[in-house]
Design a protein around this ligand. Structure first.
Ligand SMILES: Cc1cc2nc3c(=O)[nH]c(=O)nc-3n(C[C@H](O)[C@H](O)[C@H](O)COP(=O)(O)O)c2cc1C
Length: 213
């Protein structure tokens, strides 16, 4: 494994995009400050929802952006559920991590609007068994686009998955439609001063990419 994920000899119009993709990291040391306005944050999420492709243009990617007390409430729900599931003692091992997410500036909740997925199954029965997977693939792309753009503007972001534990509580608290399936939680905030991403290891690219010509 190497620690260099650098794409060498790149000189083209895609370079700013490549750089933005490459500098995106999971940032866990988040503060309750933001480098950009709430309106700008919402704009970036809106852009990801609008311009990330979905299979047959189903437009199944939906999100709720939580700021302020709503963001805090989300992480209080996670704490509540984990404490009741694990007990106080086991929870204490994960408490600092949850407090870290709660200490961020906000959180994006990502959902799949299942009505759109079911409609595609009806409309294109030949591919019916693929649509659940395609919806997941697409929301992964949307999360990535949002992640890259938020970090490009100076925010730190990470990606969490407590949906199976908190889905119903979240539905009630934030009045989420019945057919929205909670996929992930993406906390964001200005990175804590001095935070440095741990070095990442890369397997040799030759093991992961074949080129035939
Ligand atoms: C589909 C997917 C699911 C992930 N789920 C979690 C998660 O639940 N909790 C977490 O802390 N990180 C999660 N991550 C972050 C990865 O652990 C992280 O992206 C990976 O280790 C590479 O590090 P980097 O993001 O700094 O490049 C997830 C990433 C992906 C792509």
């Amino acid at each position: 494994m190497s620690s260099s994920g650098t794409v060498s000899n790149v000189e083209g119009k895609a370079d700013p995009f490549l750089e933005a993709v490459q500098i995106r990291r999971s940032i866990y040391a988040l503060t309750n400050q933001s480098t950009i306005s709430d309106e700008r944050i919402v704009k970036l999420i809106e852009h990801s929802i609008l311009h990330t492709p979905t299979s047959f243009n189903a437009q199944s990617n939906v999100a709720i952006v939580l700021f302020g007390e709503h963001h805090l409430k989300l992480w209080d729900i996670v704490k509540d559920v984990l404490v009741s599931k694990l007990g106080t003692e086991k929870y204490s091992k994960t408490e600092a991590k949850i407090n870290g997410f709660r200490g961020a500036y906000g959180t994006v909740l990502w959902f799949i609007e299942n009505r759109q997925v079911e409609a595609q199954k009806q409309k294109f029965p030949t591919y019916a068994e693929e649509f659940d997977s395609w919806a997941i693939q697409s929301i992964g792309m949307a999360q990535s686009n949002a992640w890259v753009s938020l970090e490009r503007e100076g925010l730190g972001v990470n990606l969490q998955h407590y949906g199976n534990l908190i889905g119903e509580r979240v539905r009630k608290e934030f009045n989420v439609p019945e057919d929205w399936i909670l996929i992930s939680q993406q906390p964001f905030g200005t990175p804590a001063a001095g935070w440095v991403a741990p070095e990442k290891q890369f397997k040799p690219i030759e093991e992961r990419l074949r080129v035939l010509k």
